[in-house]
Design a protein around this ligand. Structure first.
Ligand SMILES: *[C@@H]1O[C@H](CO)[C@@H](O)[C@H](O)[C@H]1NC(C)=O
Ligand SMILES: CC(=O)N[C@H]1CO[C@H](CO)[C@@H](O)[C@@H]1O
Length: 738
């Protein structure tokens, strides 16, 4: 220890300022919530009185919302911000930096185009890191020859690209992203302009080759004969039935495999693990586990980074940022993984579909970090290899993070290495092993990453959230409403399953992680169960308007005050938080809309599916969200016009709710004109009318899509018809029959 005590830490942790003020504010909201609960319980209508059902339902919903609000406070109670010191890292450890293995996962060459995949691969190959210690693995669950071909092309291009990046220190290092932003940046330097033109031409050539092959849909005989690697597809029968395909495209040890300047290149490996119809392939978790084993045989880096194929590296220093945490002498030994936020380059100004997850990455994850660390969210995360393989945390036990050249590796020839790595990716390898259970990523959950993260934290490890201003990874956000809703269905369903699983943060984790973190996890795990309360709140009070029954305090009642306070304080805070996270005013409004849509459709389906599943009805189709979209759709996306084009049961619910509120509101207006007069109603039912009115305002794009728009993104007429029928039926039933 002696020598290390004198070291300055490799990172610092700052607590948020003004946290006491926030806590007082939160306590005042909580007091308001308690008063609301008290009001509901003490004013329940007597049996037989109209409105008793609605009242009790609202009591349930408000109990739920209050409880859920408490959960969300966990991630705001004690936020921390981390700052790594890369200069200290290189001063102390430059020659000992550990090996880093980067895993890029792709699953389908049509949804995830090869050009996008290789741009991501190139961006991580060009990390500012000693190339002999860097290895990049592409896992192709589509088993696509075309993706393989694209990777071969990328390897050729890398020989020019990596030296170019290092010579001019360019950012970002995904060629496509760089070329978009480079034009104006370089006219200052004449040499660079010439080099840039050259490298652009090489990129264009590569792009043409790859795009031609994609158009052709197969590999031409000419290309096939040039690379013996393609012979591995000879026994290939379909993407669900083939042998392991493994190729070390660039061998980092090979002194002949250098770039144009004579420098070593990072190792580059293509892997399509064996698939057989009789074996379950366990989606991305299965691919990751195969990668962990194969990489342990080939490069055995002590640090693993996993990125999705659409998330290119936007900062070539990110590896060093992450190592500052893992290699810190004092605290590094407790840290299992370093999670970076997922950011997206594709979000429009006002973030129509609320895809940027702004508040989660700028507020909530910092909050979780204060309690032991953020969730593992599957991309942009640096792991220690051994913790991911199930090593438990032992206090005082240090794991050495040092570069060492493996003897065995030095002595094995490349063909032998490929040969004995192949069996590690076979279907049968995992039979009767702990893979998928205690080792590697967990199987059987649509959010394998989150459940793996929680089990690592339950083993005693901490994690760290690193969120530099210049974002480290940039992905592509979904560009239609249905993609967003489907994605959230999968996430909320997976999180809800975790709640019911043996890794549940509610009970299994108790005692293993801090209470704050438990609550923080629950906040996401309870996403799906929000649906019922929200559905009730956004329909029943409006329907009661038709009957003239008041479910909230009247204007003259002092009980209106806690309602008003909680509503105003909560929404003001959410607004402030959103702007503080970098959003716009309209963006906040859009966020509220998507909040409602997610809860009443995605979460509802996730909730129902999970319950059905646990009763033995299986229906868990893993849907990959498409990353490309046709021109028409992109055009509307850029203009921030909501896309409803497809027919989906989710849209039926949304449209029905929207129309229902509209009819109820019209009913009230009619009543006001014909009968008692608006002021009277306004005095007896202020909040109910307000709620209904806000629901109509937030649904304006939906009414447009139903009746006013003419483009292809409008609501299909079948849904317009169904939702009209359902909502009229509900209104009539409620007014006259119930
Ligand atoms: C990505 O990197 C570029 C170049 O370094 C930078 O200008 C840009 O702000 C980064 N993007 C984000 C979202 O941080
Ligand atoms: C894949 C994809 O949809 N990319 C789009 C991202 O957004 C920009 C503009 O906002 C478009 O130009 C891209 O085509």
């Amino acid at each position: 220890m002696g020598k290390e005590e004198g070291y300055l830490p490799l990172f610092e942790t700052k607590r948020a300022k003004g946290i006491v003020l926030y806590r007082i504010f939160a306590a005042s909201i909580f007091a308001g919530i308690c008063l609301i609960w008290f009001y509901r319980v003490s004013h329940i209508p007597k049996a037989g009185e109209d409105g008793r059902f609605g009242w009790i339902g609202l009591l349930g919903a408000e109990l739920w919302f209050g409880f859920y609000w408490i959960l969300t406070q966990a991630s705001r109670w004690s936020p921390v911000y981390r700052h790594p010191f890369k200069d200290r890292l290189s001063q102390r450890y430059e020659s000992e930096l550990p090996g880093v293995d980067v895993f890029v996962c792709t699953a389908d060459p049509t949804i995830e185009p090869p050009m996008m995949v290789i741009n991501t691969v190139l961006s991580v190959m060009a990390y500012d890191y000693p190339p002999e210690k860097l290895s990049v693995y592409l896992s192709d669950d589509g088993g696509s020859e075309i993706t393989y071909f694209a990777l071969l092309e990328a390897a050729k291009f890398a020989k020019h690209w990596i030296p170019y990046c290092k010579k001019y220190n360019v950012e970002p290092r995904s060629p496509a992203a760089y070329f978009v932003s480079s034009d104006d940046a370089v006219d200052a330097d004449h040499n660079q302009a010439a080099d840039l033109a050259g490298i652009k031409k090489l990129y264009k050539d590569m792009e043409n080759e790859v795009e031609d092959t994609v158009k052709l849909g197969r590999i031409s005989e000419e290309v096939r004969s040039k690379h013996k690697g393609f012979s591995q597809w000879d026994t290939y029968s379909s993407r669900r039935d083939h042998d392991t395909i493994l190729q070390i495209v660039i061998d980092g040890r090979d002194l002949n495999a250098t770039d144009v300047e004579g420098c070593v290149l990072p190792t580059l490996v293509y892997l399509a693990r064996e698939k057989r119809p009789q074996y379950h392939h366990n989606f991305k978790a299965g691919a990751m586990n195969a990668l962990i084993r194969v990489s342990s045989n080939i490069s055995n880096g002590q640090v693993l980074l996993n990125v999705d194929c659409d998330m290119y590296s936007n900062n070539s220093q990110a590896v060093r940022d992450a190592l500052c945490f893992l290699m810190d002498e004092a605290e590094g030994n407790e840290i299992a993984y370093v999670q970076f936020p997922q950011n997206f380059e594709n979000v429009t100004k006002n973030d129509l579909y609320s895809n940027s997850l702004r508040v989660i990455s700028e507020v909530e994850f910092h909050g979780l970090d204060g309690y032991g660390g953020p969730l593992y969210i599957g991309s942009g995360c640096f792991h220690r290899r051994d913790t991911l393989c199930g090593r438990k945390f032992i206090k005082g036990c240090k794991s050495e993070m040092k570069w060492e050249i493996s003897r065995k590796r030095e002595e094995t020839g490349i063909h032998e290495l490929e040969e004995n790595s192949r069996s590690l990716a076979s279907c049968a390898f995992e039979e009767n092993t702990e893979w998928g259970k205690e080792m590697g990523l967990k199987y059987g959950c649509p959010v394998e990453d989150v459940i793996t993260g929680i089990s690592i934290q339950c083993h005693g490890w901490k994690s760290v959230y690193c969120n530099p201003t210049r974002k480290a990874f940039l992905g592509i956000a979904t560009t239609t409403l249905s993609q967003t809703l489907v994605q959230h269905k999968r996430w909320s369903e997976g999180d809800f399953q975790i709640l019911l699983s043996k890794y549940s943060p509610a009970w299994y984790a108790h005692g293993n992680i801090s209470l704050g973190l438990q609550l923080g996890y629950c906040c996401y795990c309870f996403w799906a169960s929000n649906s019922l309360a929200t559905l009730f709140y956004s329909s029943i009070p409006s329907l009661y308007l038709l009957r003239g029954v008041s479910l909230f305090p009247q204007v003259s009642s002092p009980w209106l005050i806690p309602f008003a306070y909680v509503i105003i304080a909560k929404y003001t805070w959410s607004f402030v938080e959103f702007l503080w996270s970098g959003g716009t005013i309209l963006g906040w409004w859009n966020d509220q809309r998507i909040w409602l849509y997610k809860r009443t459709s995605s979460y509802l389906f996730a909730f129902i599916d999970t319950i059905l599943n646990s009763l033995g009805h299986s229906d868990s189709a893993f849907v990959i969200t498409a990353k490309v979209s046709d021109e028409d759709v992109s055009h509307r996306y850029e203009k921030e016009v909501m896309e409803f084009g497809a027919s989906s049961p989710m849209f039926t619910i949304l449209a029905t709710l929207a129309l229902l509120n509209l009819f109820c509101f019209l009913g009230v207006v009619k009543e006001a004109i014909m009968g008692e007069g608006m002021t009277k109603l306004y005095v007896t039912m202020p909040l109910q009318i307000l709620l209904c009115g806000v629901l109509i305002l937030i649904n304006l794009p939906l009414y447009q899509a139903l009746y006013l728009r003419k483009d292809k993104g409008k609501m299909p007429s079948s849904i317009a018809f169904k939702s009209m029928a359902f909502s009229v039926f509900a209104c009539i039933c409620f007014k006259y029959l119930y």
